[in-house]
Design a protein. Structure first.
Length: 203
């Protein structure tokens, strides 16, 4: 197959993302992306070294959609919530990419800019030093972790039903909690957990 003349990083990332959206993360390979582009696998190696480089391009393509501008005036908690929701909503558009955000987030310019904005808000709120380190890690961990749970193990899924049917004599609290969990929507779950985290940061 001839080499495409305009095989840019964006085209590569878009093709790789299409493969992931269609076949899942396990379906991503140099061969699959080459087929998506209509070229040969060997031709693809002229542009990227390996799958890992493809993954980095995909992460930047997806997270590049995050609005990293500082939110308008408001309490620092409200501004952090805006930033957290922006990241969550962007990730949610391509849930199969979530594991890659953990591996390659520190190479993503968009995540670095998101983090810089969050750190500025935290600093204005008086959160500094080691406390600020933990705050940023906690917020990133919460958003990415909550997104994984929402798409890979939602409260409305089979797991919650199975847990709610556990024998009450052996798992009384777990079974009862799962029964309540069936009525909690994804947005309520995210907002509630984030509120608890922000309250802890403000303590």
């Amino acid at each position: 197959m001839p080499r495409p003349r305009s095989l840019t990083s964006t085209r590569l990332a878009t093709a790789a993302l299409a493969v992931i959206d269609r076949d899942g993360l396990t379906g991503l390979s140099m061969r699959a992306v080459a087929q998506q582009l209509g070229t040969s696998t060997m031709a693809l190696y002229r542009y990227v070294d390996d799958r890992e480089e493809l993954e980095r391009l995909v992460v930047e393509l997806v997270l590049g959609a995050v609005d990293t501008e500082p939110p308008p005036d408001g309490s620092w908690q409200a501004r952090i919530e805006v930033m957290a929701r922006r990241l969550r909503d962007t990730i949610a558009a391509h849930p199969s990419v979530i594991p890659l955000t953990l591996t390659h987030r520190y190479r993503s310019v968009s995540v670095l800019r998101w983090s810089e904005t969050v750190l500025a808000v935290l600093t204005e709120a008086g959160v500094e030093g080691e406390r600020r380190v933990i705050a940023l890690r906690g917020l990133l961990g919460y958003v990415i972790g909550a997104s994984q749970l929402e798409h890979l193990g939602p409260l409305s899924g089979e797991g919650t039903v199975a847990i709610s049917e556990l024998p009450a004599a052996e798992f009384p609290y777990l079974a009862e909690t799962a029964r309540h969990a069936r009525d909690v929507g994804a947005d309520q779950e995210f907002s509630g957990g984030l509120a608890l985290l922000l309250r802890g940061l403000g303590a």
